[in-house]
Design a protein around this ligand. Structure first.
Ligand code: AMP
Length: 249
């Protein structure tokens, strides 16, 4: 079973995001970038499936500019076998990414695609669902556990009322949630080995996909500063403050 894992290069989750002074975009100058944390979890799950003898090959794919090669190498260093960069200078919307991934899925024919549940830069939470719809494949989103059985898969997912388990027929798309696993760290020898693993670069135009933007960002703004909280001595003081200062009760 071949597993395809789409990975996105995003602002590192520890970085405080700044907006450019002309409010035209987020400022990415000298900002630490990393693999999207949910994609790290997806790569870990795919590598575990390979270690368990269920998956035969783990292919990672990223749509982005040249710098996304670094992200792909990070995925190769924790056990992915091969990487594909679909190179573009454009900032793609989720539908454009999903269409690009469809072209890659048609080429690679994986039995399973594991996306992250969302990319932490735009928090869209759309790409995996759109890819499943475009392929006409079943989808299991927000997975916290995966079990593969013959040609089907059990996906446990977190929903409002608790946990739900879906039985999906393969091929399928899964999106990973935080509790699916704990990603491993790459060892130095594996980082070195990753440099020699295959990384193919495909220009996005070669795929013949319509990646035109449907949205226009008018302006970017930082969220309003929040004033610090206060500690209250007891419930009576809390009720008093809610009544007199916040005026919410
Ligand atoms: P989003 O719908 O933007 O929140 O992204 C959800 C998931 O889609 C991510 O966790 C990735 O697995 C995948 N994805 C989104 N954008 C890209 C991209 N540019 N390249 C590769 N995978 C992506």
């Amino acid at each position: 079973m071949k597993v395809l894992v789409p990975v996105k290069r995003v602002i590192d989750y520890n970085v405080k995001v700044r907006v450019k002074s002309d409010e035209s975009d987020v400022d990415l100058n000298n900002v630490k970038m990393s693999i999207n944390p949910f994609d790290e979890i997806s790569v870990e799950e795919a590598v575990k499936l390979k270690e368990a003898g269920v998956a035969t090959e783990v292919v990672v794919v990223s749509c982005g500019d040249k710098t996304s090669q670094e992200t792909l190498r990070a995925a190769l260093a924790v056990g992915a076998d091969r990487a594909i960069l679909v190179e573009t200078e454009a900032q793609l919307e989720p539908l454009a990414v999903a269409k690009t991934l469809r072209a890659i899925v048609e080429k690679e024919q994986p039995q399973l695609v594991i996306c992250g549940k969302q990319a932490i830069d735009d928090d869209s939470n759309q790409t995996g669902q759109m890819l499943a719809a475009l392929m006409g494949w079943p989808q299991g989103t927000f997975a916290s556990e995966l079990k593969i059985e013959a040609d089907a898969m059990l996906v446990t997912r977190e929903i409002d009322g608790g946990l739900e388990t879906l039985n999906l027929k393969l091929p399928a798309v899964v999106t990973s949630d935080l509790r699916l696993n704990e990603p491993r760290y790459a060892s130095l020898p594996n980082i070195m080995k990753a440099k020699r693993k295959p990384l193919d670069v495909i220009a996005i135009d070669e795929l013949g996909v319509d990646t035109s933007a449907r949205l226009k960002a008018v302006r970017y703004a930082a969220p309003a500063e929040r004033s610090g909280g206060v500690k209250v001595a007891d419930v009576a003081e809390l009720v008093e403050k809610l009544r007199q200062e916040a005026r919410v009760i």
